[in-house]
Design a protein around this ligand. Structure first.
Ligand SMILES: Cc1ncc(C[n+]2csc(CCOP(=O)(O)OP(=O)(O)O)c2C)c(N)n1
Length: 609
């Protein structure tokens, strides 16, 4: 029986010897590689986290002790150890377990995570609650160097230092975010990493250089100079200590024995500590270690689609060629949003700011105020972070910041925390904001052309991909919708974006591409003014405050007589792990649409007779 089979809980893990733990780690790695190959998932981050996660469970006691994994994308080993080994087979699939730490899944998951840089704040919340209740459990926040670029981390560190309360911060430093990590903090951590070399140098000094005859004294002088230089780098750079947080580091996060030893030591501390572990993203798998970015997120059985990010990739460079005021911004999602080519061609005009969406949005406002043409390419779910910056810094000042909102709508296997269901609804409430959604790649290109000279806040939202089955026709024009096909049955479907158009294209109805979500095409809506007309709005987002409701408001205020059905997500917290099941759970299916139209038409005929 393998150790993987033997360990069903943290208690089982504690029965293993150090040597056995190392073998167990290999087995866990192999299992993760196997499942991620089938189901997709965050491979390189998890391979890098296996060893210290085993050490954590060896030293601490879940669920009594609280481990909060930042983002939670690196918690696979934790899931396997805490009773979800078999369930792990169905990772990120319908009916299976999620790819992030998730309180609904296990009482060993102290928090539900998904968005970056929350673990320190949440950890401090737990620690304060423990202190108030007079309890004694340990709180461990595991944060990567990438997540440490997020502003919330600094707000939390500032507060943790002041609180003086007992909690352990594991800094999992692999020098990578999804892409290479960026920023001054990353440079600072690089200096701290030197302390690892310092530790091993110290061992070398002890173990013999002094004892080497003849060349000994001279060498000692040189090495002592080196030692004090390294020491200077290390000791003068202890930012954490100055914040009131004890710093231990840097240590090899793949050495289980050593990590257990250090964790046991810090466990008995009385104050907040940072334990700096150096890890290798992709550890144990040659290809993933060599190209950790490629293996950060591996796709499972991917649907064959054209990607909008490829359109952005090409087009943004073209816009930058045409206009030297064009600049692009990403918050640590350079490749995902399609900005790699721009970054390569115009490194001085394409900024990766780290996981800092709020800063990115406000920086874009500054760029626009100074006359530049900023494009902030961001996933829908992560733009939520910058709600106030979009509202207060961009919209209030009516600044022409272009938001390229990728992964909008139902997200698939990343699930609940990554759904892009809110953007239409909250952007619609923002004064001065224009919102577009393309029917295909060609229309996105037309929208991007349009964006170059558009002079106020603009959001273009689109999902990951499209099937290229909605034909090109009318050229995009602001505030003008496009009739894709007509029917005499008096049912009109107003669909936002390619996925909703693809959903309705085989239905007998008049199908309209509502490419401009805001402003509405009021001319076309006036044309629907007839009793017995049915209008159905379809959107890949929440119904509340969404496109359909803004159509409703207009119909009512303009006194337009027609019946209206709003379809979209009634449940804002959709936890489905595939796009198809998310749509099905909300009645966003061809079958349901047909049913609604048929019963309406049948009912209408009856009353007319
Ligand atoms: C607010 C927010 N923005 C972006 C992301 C996407 N994202 C997930 S993991 C990650 C990189 C995290 O890097 P790090 O913390 O160093 O962990 P690693 O994967 O390197 O172990 C990013 C940018 C996110 N989850 N949340």
């Amino acid at each position: 029986m393998s150790y993987l089979e033997k360990v069903n809980s943290p208690a089982d893990l504690k029965k293993l010897s150090m040597k056995e733990l190392e073998i167990y780690a290999q087995e866990v790695r192999a299992y993760i590689i196997d499942v991620v190959n089938k189901n997709g998932g965050h491979l390189s981050s998890n391979l890098g986290s296996v060893d210290f996660t085993i050490a954590l469970h060896y030293v601490f006691d879940c669920p009594n002790d609280k481990i909060i994994f930042d983002v939670g994308h690196q918690s696979y080993a934790h899931k396997i150890i805490t009773g979800r080994r078999d369930a792990f087979e169905k990772l990120r699939t319908d009916g299976g377990i999620t790819g992030f730490e998730n309180m609904r899944e296990s009482d060993c998951d102290a928090f539900s995570t998904g968005h970056s840089s929350t673990s320190l704040s949440v950890g401090l919340g737990y620690a304060r609650a423990r202190d108030l209740a007079g309890e004694n459990y340990n709180v461990i926040s595991v944060i990567g160097d990438g997540a440490l670029t997020g502003g919330m981390s600094y707000e939390a560190l500032n507060n943790i230092g002041e609180s003086g309360t007992r909690m352990i911060i594991i800094l999992n430093d692999n020098n990578m975010s999804i892409s290479k990590n960026v920023g001054a903090m990353s440079t600072y951590l690089g200096k701290l990493r030197l302390s690892k070399r310092y530790r091993s140098l110290k061992t070398v000094f002890k173990s013999g250089i002094d004892g080497i005859p003849l060349i000994g004294p001279a060498l000692v002088k040189i090495t002592e100079r080196a030692k004090s230089w390294v020491k200077r780098q290390v000791i003068t750079n202890k930012m954490f200590e100055q914040l009131g947080i004890k710093y231990y580091g840097a240590f090899d996060g793949h050495n289980i024995r050593e990590t257990v030893r250090i964790l046991t030591q810090v466990k008995s501390g009385k104050q907040p500590v940072v334990l700096h572990l150096i890890t290798n993203k992709g550890n144990g798998m040659y290809e993933a270690e060599k190209d950790p970015e490629k293996y950060h997120g591996v796709e499972g059985k991917a649907e064959q689609m054209q990607k909008y990010s490829s359109v952005v990739s090409e087009k943004i460079v073209e816009l930058a060629d045409r206009d030297d005021k064009v600049v692009a911004v990403t918050a640590a999602m350079l490749s995902g949003t399609g900005l790699t080519a721009m970054h390569e061609k115009y490194p001085g005009r394409c900024y990766d700011v780290g996981i800092a969406e709020q800063h990115a949005a406000a920086m874009c406002a500054g760029l626009a105020a100074a006359g530049m043409k900023p494009y902030f390419a961001v996933y829908s779910s992560f733009l939520q972070r910058a709600y106030d910056q979009v509202l207060h810094d961009v919209c209030l000042n009516k600044l022409p910041v272009r938001f390229l909102i990728d992964r909008a709508g139902a997200i698939g296997s990343d699930g609940l925390t990554h759904q892009g269901l809110f953007d239409i609804s909250y952007l619609l409430q923002m004064p001065n904001m224009t919102i577009l959604s393309p029917k295909n790649g060609n229309e996105l290109k037309e929208m991007l052309d349009f964006s170059l000279t558009f002079d106020s806040p603009l959001a273009i939202r689109y999902p990951k991909g499209y099937h290229d089955i909605i034909p090109n026709g009318k050229k995009f024009s602001l505030g003008k919708w496009e009739t894709i096909k007509e029917s005499k049955n008096r049912a009109t479907v107003l669909a936002v974006g390619n996925r909703m158009l693809e959903l309705a294209r085989n239905i007998d109805c008049t199908l309209v591409n509502a490419c401009t979500v805001s402003p509405l095409d009021v001319g076309m809506l006036s044309g629907l003014n007839r009793k017995g007309n049915l209008v159905i709005t379809l959107e890949d987002g929440i119904i509340s405050g969404g496109f359909g409701e803004s159509v409703l408001r207009h119909l009512r205020s303009a006194g337009i007589a027609c019946d209206l059905v709003n379809l979209g997500f009634a449940d804002p917290y959709c936890d489905k792990l595939s796009v198809a099941s998310a749509f099905a759970s909300e009645g966003l299916t061809e079958e349901n649409l047909r049913k609604i139209i048929n019963s309406y038409v049948a009912y209408g005929k009856k009353t007319l007779e």
